[in-house]
Design a protein around this ligand. Structure first.
Ligand SMILES: [Zn+2]
Length: 83
């Protein structure tokens, strides 16, 4: 397991050692992007999804899990070179 950043929103996510993120069907708790779905049949890509997420006010996606203390979507986006 390795930690990597969500390519959409920059939120740290748990990587999968044996499955590429793009095929993992992992859903980012922060932006809600589902890898292998939203970038597949849904016709989105990281950029288009991210633009919409930002336009909607960078809302935390996972209703069952609170965002981490001090969560800051703006500095998080900077970590992946956005903003
Ligand atoms: Zn994300």
């Amino acid at each position: 397991m390795s930690n990597e950043l969500c390519p959409v929103c920059g939120f740290p996510i748990e990587g999968f050692s044996d499955v590429p993120l793009a095929e993992s069907f992992f859903i980012c708790s922060c932006c809600g992007f589902e890898f292998g779905f939203d970038d597949g049949v849904n016709g989105d890509n990281y950029e288009s999804y991210r633009d919409r997420w930002i336009a909607n006010g960078c809302q935390w996606w996972n209703k069952r899990e609170a965002p981490p203390k001090g969560w800051n979507p703006v500095s998080q986006l900077r970590n992946i070179g956005v903003g």
